[in-house]
Write a protein that binds this ligand. Structure first.
Ligand code: ARG
Ligand code: ZN
Length: 883
């Protein structure tokens, strides 16, 4: 993995794509598994590519080659080369069988890629992670997704130490061996790429359920976890069954093997992995119980279980031709899991949360040096491209396409896509083409969205002429240059809109050159840089509700007056746009506060409307909680150059304070107390939403009067029936700086010392506490015996939260936050390059900091870039950030 100093990893370009010179049709793998040293024998049936004279070049990294044979004959040393992470053989022929035997050291593998150990040597289990390029750490192979082969896998191990042996595909026999060893075999009838290979071996417990697919296949579902957490897997099983039904009903997709295994591990670089028939999950996204998981975590479990299951079609049956097409499976699958969660819960709340995430994670990514298109043109390390852009923006592009063609054609289009590309490695053109063909609409202009980085800005200006009742809406788009793309094209932007009158009633829509009554909502498609749309028959000046449901991933710049937004906030029946009107008002107020101008008009319009909504007893508590939450600090910071994160933190407080002051202490307190009196650990949607509102109210109370809020938080902590309330109370105690926080933290620690996921939250809640005291707290926590740089969840809970979600604590004026994280990064990089690279993305926005912080961050990055032993992962991120 580590490159010699001064030699950057090569740049891999989409434009250079070539089909493989040598491919493999059949893979037969035999593993002799042990913690310290495992052996792998691979028999590969070779398939010639376009040029049968070409040398064979297979990937292999960190492999100790023990034996190599061609058609059963040992290859003499001169017939092959093994250097630069490649195995090269000249003169092989189509149909020959290449056989290798290699040794691996799983317990020494701290990068958690390939075959590794989860947990401790004495008690842990072995597992694999192969996406994107982990299979080459297991055996020599053309490790690229357009090589699809049939796999037979045999596992052998000591029965006592490894009672459970699992691999992807269907079970195909098992038995005893000498010396207390046993074996198990698995055959996958579906050709698949190497990144979907998986095995698991060790001491695991399971829960099981039978499932019959809509097309009549009986499937055994098994969720596996270590004994101490197996009783926390029931919710995941429930979510799995609901996902399987939903995919049958909504996409007509059935599961296709006799077994489906899901395994939980505490040591995992990412969220989860969709290996064929053997999904492997970060425990954080699989385990759930009221005592140790928050409501939000339950939603994550539901979404990630669905996501990985949905990959069985969008990813596994139809995979990606190359890693540039990653969003083909990830963007589509995120869209699918978002739609599933919307169907299972409140659709407008789900949309609000997804758009908040997009703005926080993707818009900020796209606004800095790490900006890249949904289909990147180049990379050095593909693991650095599992990004919010590929995932979340990719999902938005699928959503736009689905909206453009309509639900019926979308279903016909996805059917066509799955049928036509089943068993193939496809491209984004295959997907967009199938939707276009099924709908009869030319979708090719939308392909430009996949190749163009940056967030478009949509400008809207309206003009009403009372003399003839006409309203002209002028839409214009622009996208700022990004590192590799100085000039941006106009993109097709669907703008879903309604026009409201001053009483908050949606008007019937009619365009000037048409007789058609469009109803009260329509979609305008902006295809040029600038276009005018003229509506007729309007007796009053309309208030446009634009981009309803967030119909395109753009930043809207509209010339609203505060009162107009307040009307939308009060009346728009579209829950998303109602929330959006409130966010726009908050931003309007914030911009003025930031510039030191009078913000009272916007603040008043916003908080008055919120106070009235607060008084409506029938408003959905989940929506109310979102309405009462101003945009995140990250979103606020996007609006400025020369950012001072402490100042922004302070201004966001002012927004919260304005809401709290306008509603007033007695109503806030009364509502909080009513919710608190009725609190339970029930998990139904409405209980969850009431808990969410209660949490927001406690936060507002703490801003208004800490003396009132602290005893409430203390009582809530002490009597909390479940984790959501307990953690919310702890957060308020910590954020108010209350002395009561200390005992609560100590109590929490005693209670959850043996619960890794709950302890992650113990670190995270402290890492999030803002302000100047943060760094000292983080340093102490990093030295805590419960902290470890070897565990990705722990690293992200402490260092990830600090650097990415605590701007006022991390971006200190004295630069000491950077120095601390730089040191941690260097140690971490030697252990786990993927996690180090992800942590380093926290510095993406350094150029937009005010000069003092900018200089400090710049110096830290330059120093880091100059270090000789950086991994390919971290080097790529640091160098791109510096470019
Ligand atoms: N395909 C996985 C998912 O469902 C992500 C795995 C990525 N792993 C990695 N090392 N980059 O999102
Ligand atoms: Zn995925």
């Amino acid at each position: 993995m580590n490159k010699p100093a001064g030699m950057p990893a090569p740049l891999i370009r989409l434009a250079d794509y070539q089909p493989p010179a040598w491919s493999v049709s059949d893979v037969d793998l035999e593993f002799d598994l042990a913690i310290e040293r495992s052996e792998v024998r691979a028999r590969l049936v070779l398939q010639a590519g376009p040029d049968p004279q070409a040398p064979l070049r297979f990937n292999g990294e960190g492999l100790e080659l023990l034996e190599i044979l061609l058609d059963g004959e040992p290859l003499p040393a001169g017939r092959y080369r093994h250097e630069h992470e490649l195995l090269t053989i000249e003169g092989v022929r189509h149909g020959q069988v290449l056989e290798t035997r290699v040794a691996l050291a799983p317990a020494a593998n701290t990068a958690l890629e390939g075959l590794y150990l989860s947990g401790r040597r004495e008690t842990g289990f072995l597992l694999t992670q192969c996406e994107a390029e982990g299979f080459r750490h297991i055996t020599f192979f053309p490790d690229r997704p357009d090589v699809q082969a049939r796999y037979t896998v045999t596992l052998r191990a000591d029965r006592e130490r490894f009672p459970v042996l699992l691999a992807g595909g269907n079970p195909a026999g098992h038995g005893e061996l000498e010396n207390g060893r046993h074996w198990a075999r698995f055959v996958d009838p579906y050709p698949r790429p190497s990144y979907l290979f998986a095995l698991v071996a060790g001491r695991l417990e399971r829960i099981s359920q039978d499932y019959r697919t809509a097309d009549g296949r009986d499937v055994a579902l098994h969720i596996w976890a270590e004994a101490d957490v197996i009783d926390r897997c029931d919710y995941a099983m429930d979510a799995l069954v609901r996902s399987m039904r939903w995919d049958e009903q909504v996409y007509g997709r059935n599961y296709d093997l006799d077994v489906f295994h899901v395994v939980a591990t505490h040591d995992f670089n990412m969220g989860a992995m969709e290996n064929k028939g053997l999904n492997i999950f970060n425990a954080k996204y699989l385990l759930a119980d009221p005592d140790s998981s928050t409501d939000e975590e339950y939603l994550h479990v539901e979404a990630v279980v669905a996501h990985e299951y949905f990959h069985n079609w969008s990813g596994n049956r139809v995979t990606c031709r190359d890693w540039f097409q990653l969003s083909l499976k990830e963007g589509f699958t995120v869209f699918r899991d978002q739609s599933f969660s919307a169907d299972m819960n409140s659709a407008s709340l789900k949309r609000i949360q997804d758009v908040s995430t997009l703005r926080r994670a993707q818009f900020s990514e796209d606004a800095g040096p790490l900006s890249h298109p949904v289909r990147p043109a180049q990379y050095r390390e593909i693991n650095n491209f599992y990004t919010a852009t590929v995932y979340e923006k990719g999902a938005e592009l699928v959503r736009m396409l689905a909206g453009r063609v309509g639900p019926q054609a979308f279903r016909q289009g996805t059917d066509l896509y799955f049928e036509r590309n089943d068993g193939r490695a496809a491209t984004i053109e295959d997907f967009v083409g199938a939707l276009g063909e099924a709908s009869g609409i030319d979708l090719s202009p939308y392909l430009a969205w996949y190749g163009q980085a940056g967030t478009p800005r949509l400008q809207a200006r309206g003009n009403y002429d009372p003399a003839n009742g006409r309203y002209v809406l002028e839409l214009a788009q622009s996208t700022a240059p990004t590192p590799d793309q100085p000039h941006k094209k106009a993109l097709p932007i669907p703008v879903r809109l309604s026009l409201f009158n001053a009483d908050g009633q949606a008007q019937r829509l009619r365009l000037a050159d048409s007789e058609q009554d469009l109803g009260t909502e329509t979609v305008l498609e902006l295809t040029d840089q600038r276009q005018r749309f003229e509506f007729t028959g309007l007796s009053q000046p309309p208030i446009p509700s634009l981009l309803r449901g967030f119909s395109a991933p753009v930043v809207l710049d509209a010339d609203y007056a505060p009162d107009q937004l307040a009307i939308l906030l009060r009346h728009d029946p579209d829950g998303f746009n109602r929330w959006e009107a409130g966010q726009q008002l908050a931003l309007m107020a914030y911009d003025r506060l930031y510039r030191g101008e009078d913000a009272s008009a916007a603040l008043q319009a916003w908080t008055e409307a919120l106070a009235d909504l607060f008084a409506q007893p029938d408003l959905d508590p989940g929506l109310l909680a979102e309405l009462l939450s101003p945009p995140s600090e990250t979103e606020l910071a996007e609006r400025q150059v020369d950012i001072d994160p402490e100042h922004i933190h302070h201004l966001r407080h002012q927004l919260n304070d304005a809401i709290a002051a306008r509603i007033g202490l007695p109503p806030l307190l009364a509502r909080y107390q009513a919710l608190a009196a009725a609190s339970t650990s029930a998990l139904d949607a409405s209980s969850q939403l009431r808990r969410r509102l209660k949490q927001v109210l406690l936060g507002l109370l703490s801003r208004l009067d800490a003396k009132v809020a602290i005893p409430l938080a203390q009582a809530q902590y002490a009597t909390a029936p479940a984790m959501t309330d307990r953690l919310a109370a702890l957060t308020v105690l910590l954020n108010t700086g209350a002395a009561e926080a200390g005992p609560a933290l100590a109590d929490y620690r005693r209670r959850y010392a043996d619960n890794a996921l709950a302890m992650d939250k113990w670190f995270a809640v402290q890492a999030r506490v803002p302000g100047a005291a943060a760094l000292a707290r983080i340093e102490a926590l990093a030295a805590d015996p419960a902290f470890s740089l070897k565990n990705p969840n722990r690293v992200m809970s402490l260092l990830g939260i600090f650097a990415r979600a605590n701007a006022s604590g991390f971006h200190r004026a004295d630069g000491k936050g950077y120095a601390f994280v730089s040191h941690q990064l260097q140690v971490l990089d030697a252990l786990n390059p993927q996690v180090a690279a992800r942590l380093a993305t926290a510095l993406n926005g350094w150029r937009r900091l005010e000069s003092g912080r900018r200089e400090a961050a710049h110096a830290m990055l330059r120093e880091l870039a100059a270090r000789p032993q950086l991994s390919r992962n971290l080097a790529e991120i640091v160098n791109r950030i510096l470019e």
